[in-house]
Ligand binder design. Sequence first.
Ligand code: GLN
Length: 245
Amino acid sequence: MTESAIRIVSIYPTLLGTYGDGGNVLALRHRARLHGLAEAVHEVSPGDPVPTDADLYVIGGGEDTAQVAAANALRADGGLQQAAERGAAILAICAGYQLIGTEFPDNLGRPAPGVGVIDIRTDRLPQRAVGELIAKPSQFAPSGLTDYFTGYENHAGATHLGDGVRPLASVESGIGNGDGTEGAIAGRTIGTYLHGPCLARNPQIADQLLSWVTDRELVEIIEDDVVALRAERLDYVARNSSRRS
Ligand code: GLN
C-alpha cells in the first residue's frame, strides 16, 4: 500500500455480497484508476479486525441470518464505529445499510441490534420489495449526484431515518425505504437499497465517495458502456410500467 493510496475496506464480502455487491469495490477501483488515483483494497472476514484508519468502507447486502451475524461481529469489533467517528466514508447496501443503523428485523422478524453508526431504524415492509428501483437524487444529496439512481432491490425492510439523517433520493419506481424516499445520507455515509452493483450502475456515487476521501473535485468521466447499461435499465422500467411506487 503506497502512502497516498486510497485505503478501501471491503467488509465481510463472504457474508454480505448478494446480487454482485462485490462489484462495488471493483467499480471503485476502476473509477479511481480513471481519475489517476491509487487505491488499495483490504478485505475483512468475520473475526478479523476491521482497520480503523482506512478512508472508505464498503458493505454489501445479504440474507437475514448473515446480516445478524455480520452486525454482531461488527459490534463486537468496534472498528467500523471508530472509523465512522473519525469521519471515514461508508457505502452500505441493503442488509449493510440496515445493519449500520440501530435496529433491523432478524429472520423471524424480531428486532436485532445494529452497529449504530447512523440513526436509522428498520422494521418490516407490508410486502417484500423485489424489482428495479429508480430514484431521483434528493435536495440533500451532494451536488455531484445529478443522474437518476438505478438499481435492483430485494428486501423486506422499511427504513426510518432519524434526526440528522437525510434521504439520498426520492423513489420514482420501486419501494426504497418504504415511504417514498430511498437511501440515506449522513456526513460521509451513504446507505441505499440499490444493488446492481450500485456503483457500476451509478458511477456518480463512486466518484462522490472518491471525492470525499481525496478532498478533491473530480472531473466528470462518462463511459459509453455505463451510459448504455443505464439507458437499458431505465428503458426496461419504462416499458414494464407496472410502477410500484
Ligand atoms: N435481509 C434484508 C431484508 O430482506 C436485506 C436483504 C438484502 O440485502 N438483499 O430486508
